[in-house]
Each structure stands twice: as structure tokens, then as C-alpha cells.
Design a protein around this ligand. Structure first.
Ligand SMILES: C[S@@+](CC[C@H](N)C(=O)[O-])C[C@H]1O[C@@H](n2cnc3c(N)ncnc32)[C@H](O)[C@@H]1O
Length: 186
């Protein structure tokens, strides 16, 4: 998808939240948290035009899977038209409804959830629903990785997961704070 089309989506839909796709440098930095040597299941919230999705599919083993959860219909159409990979699947739903579309056998077996959705736009109840659902779908030891514009997710993440690490990527428009949390046994 060209930059102009991405900007048009940003103007039409405030939840797109960014005028341009994430930079390659930031994509690599976030994905450095993922172990691509094993067969894994990744759920991606807010893939947009697929800048992370394509990188993930290039790095993933043939036995891995990528499940994309995207609210914006234009992006969903674009992803379906441009990603032709039997390991990938896209659902046009809100991240808070992810448990409704995942296969029952995948729930509790997901290795990574990667998220670019603007959590700061979500009402507190909806935000907690996304985080609780994320915890439910991850396996023990699975990781939630989120790139966000600020530190507003720290408190809710500590409440739901009880741990977190962050790092910054300033060479991106907008600059991002990258969160990593792990689902532990508790
Ligand atoms: C900041 S853009 C990130 C796009 C892309 N991942 C990237 O890094 O360039 C946020 C994306 O999240 C999607 N989105 C926003 N709220 C969402 C929600 N509640 N559930 C699913 N997708 C959502 C938007 O449509 C958009 O594609």
C-alpha cells in the first residue's frame, strides 16, 4: 500500500493512529524479541498494511502461523489481496473480540501476541478486555509485544501480567515505546 493510501486511511479512520507504516528499523527492533527458530503461533493486532506481517512471514518457519486481527476494512482487503501465504489468516474484528474468532485449540497455545493498536484510544473497560483476552490466548511463557507512543500501558499491563520491560525506538514516526510482557504461571 502506498504512503498516500495509508494517509487517506488515517484521515478517514482515527483508529489508524499513524500517518505512515512503522519504520523497518522499528519492525526489526520489536521482532528481535521473537524466537523464529521454532514453529510458533503469532497473533498480530492492527497489522495495518502488513509491514510487520510480511517481515514475520519471511522469518517464520514453514510450520508457524500468523493470525492477523484488523479493524479497518481497507487494510483487511489490502492484506487479503497482497499476502498469499497458507500460514497467514486475517480476521476483520476488533482486538477485544479476538477470542471469538480464534480456533478453540489455539486459545492458550499462542506464542506471541504483537500489537500496534492505539490502546490509549480505548475506554478502560475495552482496554482491560483486550489485555485479559491476550493473557487467555497466550501459552505460559508466551509473550505480549506492543509498540505504543507513550508509557500509558504500564499500569494496566502490571495489573494483568504482573511484569513488563520497555525499550524506546525514537527513529520512527511517531517515536515508540516497545513493551514486552510474559505470561507466567500465575
Ligand atoms: C498505528 S497503526 C499500525 C499499523 C501497522 N501495524 C504498522 O506498524 O505500520 C494501528 C492499526 O491498528 C488498527 N486498529 C486500531 N484499533 C484496533 C482494534 N481495536 N482492533 C484491531 N485493529 C485495530 C488500525 O486500523 C491500524 O491498522
Amino acid at each position: 500500500m502506498g504512503t498516500l493510501k495509508f494517509i487517506k486511511n488515517f484521515i478517514k479512520d482515527r483508529d489508524v493512529a499513524s500517518i505512515t507504516p512503522t519504520s523497518n528499523r522499528c519492525v526489526v527492533k520489536v521482532c528481535n524479541h521473537i524466537d523464529f527458530t521454532k514453529d510458533i503461533i503469532i497473533v498480530e493486532y492492527g497489522p495495518g498494511d502488513g509491514v510487520f506481517s510480511r517481515y514475520l512471514l519471511n522469518k517464520m518457519t514453514p510450520g508457524s502461523r500468523l493470525i492477523m486481527i484488523e479493524a479497518n476494512e481497507d487494510f483487511v482487503r489490502h492484506l487479503k489481496e497482497t499476502i498469499n501465504d497458507s500460514r497467514a489468516m486475517v480476521h476483520n474484528v476488533l482486538a477485544g473480540d479476538v477470542l471469538d474468532v480464534l480456533a478453540p485449540e489455539d486459545i492458550g497455545n499462542v506464542d506471541y501476541v504483537l500489537s500496534g493498536i492505539p490502546f490509549s484510544f480505548l475506554k478502560p473497560v475495552r482496554k482491560m478486555k483486550v489485555l485479559e483476552s491476550t493473557k487467555t490466548l497466550l501459552k505460559t511463557g508466551g509473550k505480549f509485544l506492543a509498540y505504543q507512543t507513550s508509557g500509558h500501558l504500564k499500569k494496566p499491563l502490571m495489573r494483568v501480567f504482573g511484569n513488563l520491560e520497555t525499550e524506546r525506538e525514537i527513529l520512527n514516526i511517531p517515536p515508540y515505546l516497545i513493551y514486552e510482557v510474559e505470561k507466567n504461571g500465575a
